[in-house]
Design a protein around this ligand. Structure first.
Ligand SMILES: [Zn+2]
Ligand SMILES: [Zn+2]
Length: 389
């Protein structure tokens, strides 16, 4: 069975919702207009309860099925990025400097499509919790919703999410039965030496040479301390110091990102970064302080739930269009917090060629919405079948 027929009928509506949302992108936890639009649609569909204002602008809506059963959670993110849009489409952003460049407008429309179908048909037992979260890109809206207790309050037993994926085959589902996205941590290194005349280095303690040496030494953690079969990225992305050619500056600042999948590797990196920074500072005779900031944890699919999601995806897209063992991605995702709280799975839905996410020319492909919405709908119907049906 390909796309659910009734959901194919909702295709134009989903496109209209998506394009409206595309024109009003909002950032972080401030998804006010977006959430209002979502709540309005959910009310029209006749869902059983709408809980607004979770994590400021997040929503959890409940649809009751037939008879007793568990609650399955389906999540869409709603936020946009601080990018100036360059798509040239006639429904482009009307909010200067903000843009739906990650397709969260499409994720929201897709989950609304599934919601409309599920509220109409109710061909499942138990309940569905539709989770619309703000602040996926930054601000950790998913974490805030979990901290505010949505999993306990709505008794969610398992959770699923889809992200569109440009560059992967149109309509293909891509996932894996374990870690799928990395933990993303940030490091800051503050170096303090002694400044002075650039012609008199012996009177100074130069933070520039020390900064360069620290950056080099950090790469030895990846090449010499990491198990060769484990994934690790350490990228230094900023060095700020100095003002002119004839002054040795007093301070330097180094900034960058660390990506890992495994808590032990992450702990090793923190320990080794502290040792490397302290050792390098001592060797140059200056002060250096490491500030390690933990970000989103790794996104880890539950093997059994991912296996189930793969079966449902194969029903919608055909087995040939499902890859259940993709190479994990070093990007991060705050659905990770929901997967830490409850078992579930995260899948990428290919949308064909086109600009990548976070690019000013990126656009969500509306033609994948019926596929994603059908996946959500069948996931619910198969996970929680009506008794005796
Ligand atoms: Zn993004
Ligand atoms: Zn995204």
């Amino acid at each position: 069975m390909p796309v659910v027929n009734r959901i194919a009928d909702l295709s134009d509506e989903m496109t209209a919702w998506r394009r409206h949302l595309h024109s009003i992108p909002e950032l972080g936890l401030e998804c006010h207009q977006t959430a209002a639009f979502v709540a309005e649609r959910l009310r029209e569909f006749g869902v059983d309860a709408i809980h607004e204002g979770i994590a400021k602008t997040g929503i959890v809506a409940i649809i009751e099925g037939q008879g007793e059963g568990p609650t399955i959670g389906l999540r869409a993110d709603m936020d946009a990025l601080p990018i100036t849009e360059e798509t040239g489409v006639d429904y482009a952003s009307t909010h200067p400097g903000k843009m739906h460049a990650c397709g969260h407008d499409g994720h929201t429309a897709m989950l609304l499509g599934a919601a409309k179908y599920l509220a109409e048909t109710r061909n499942f037992a138990g309940r569905v919790a539709l989770i619309f979260q703000p602040a996926e890109e930054f601000g950790g809206g998913g974490e805030v919703m979990v901290q505010e207790g949505i999993m306990e309050q709505f008794n969610v037993s398992q959770v699923y999410a889809i992200h569109n994926s440009p560059g992967r085959d149109f309509g293909s589902f891509n996932t894996t039965r374990g870690p799928i996205m990395a933990a993303a941590d940030t490091f800051h290194i503050h170096i303090t030496g002694v400044g002075g005349h650039a012609a008199r280095p012996h009177d100074c303690v130069d933070p520039v040479v020390a900064a360069c040496s620290i950056v080099q030494a950090l790469q030895s953690i990846v090449s010499r301390n990491r198990h060769p079969m484990q994934s690790l990225v350490i990228s230094t992305t900023q060095i700020h110091t100095g003002t002119t050619d004839n002054v040795i500056p007093e301070t330097a600042y180094i900034n960058g990102t660390v990506r890992t999948f495994d808590k032990e590797v992450q702990a090793m990196v923190v320990r080794r970064m502290e040792e490397v920074v302290a050792g390098q500072a001592a060797s140059f005779g200056l002060e250096a302080r490491l500030e390690f900031e933990f970000g989103y944890p790794p996104t880890v699919n539950d093997a059994a739930k991912a296996g189930f999601a793969v079966e449902v995806a194969a029903e919608i897209a055909g087995a040939a269009a499902v890859d259940d063992a993709i190479m994990p991605v070093m990007g991060a995702e705050d659905f990770s917090y929901m997967l830490e709280a409850r078992p579930g799975a995260y899948l990428m839905l290919g949308q064909g060629e086109g600009a990548g996410v976070h690019h000013p020319k990126y656009n969500f492909n509306d033609e994948i919405a019926p596929i994603g919405a059908s996946f959500f709908a069948r996931l619910v119907e198969r996970a929680q079948p009506v008794a005796g049906a």
